[in-house]
Structures are given as structure tokens and as C-alpha cells.
Design a protein around this ligand. Sequence first.
Ligand code: NI
Length: 140
Amino acid sequence: MIAPSVRITTHAHFSAAHRLHNEAKDAEWNRRVFDKCNNPHGHGHTYALDVTVEGPVDPLTGWVMDFGVVKRVVHERVVKACDRKNLNVDVPFLSGVNPTAENIAIRIWDVLAPAVGPGRLVRIELHETERNKVVYTGPS
Ligand code: NI
């Protein structure tokens, strides 16, 4: 019998500053497109992150994997790297990218995907505010 597959999700938070800016465009373009998000000295968000991993339920443990392991990986690779940081300059995995929620979610995927075994990363949900979130389900 094939073990049923289940998705498990862990939740985390980090507070960080960012400024939306496309280096390839001039100041006028950036102000027009990004408006207040282009303020020269940035602004902050408390980001909420949901990381979902899928896998078969191990008949010995009854779990897909230890929640503690997923939590630790998210903390070590994402929260520690981003919390109380300026996402435009302080976070190596965001280097060279305009730190929109979309781009942050894509880069978070890249740093977490190799580290959540035996589960398989299936979804990154990043809330920039209580009203706005992005969802990334991996390269297609
Ligand atoms: Ni913002």
C-alpha cells in the first residue's frame, strides 16, 4: 500500500525594511511606478511566512517529517537572514533583486527547497501586510 501524502505548513515572522527600486531605470520612472514604496530611505513590514512541505506519512512515526526540523530550517535560512535587516543590502540570497514580495518568495523557495528533505517543498506564502500576500509554488 502506498502511504498517503500529506502537506504540512509551518508559520514564521520577520520584520524587515525594504525599498522598491529598479536600478536599471531612472529616478523618475522609479518614483512613478513604485510611488511611496520608492521612498529613498525605505520602509518596514512585519512579514508572515507560511512554508508548506509535502510527503508520504511515515508509518513508523506517523508524520511526514518532524515539524521541528522544518521550523529550524526556516529559522536558520530565512528568519535569521532577514529579521531586523534591510532587504536591499543585508541579505545575501536577495542580492541583485528588487525586494518585492514576489521576488522575496522566489528566493526563499530557492534557499529552502534543498533543505526540507525528506519532504518536498510545495508552497511559499509570504504576507507583506494583513491584506496582501503572494503565493509561489515553484518553478513550472
Ligand atoms: Ni513595502
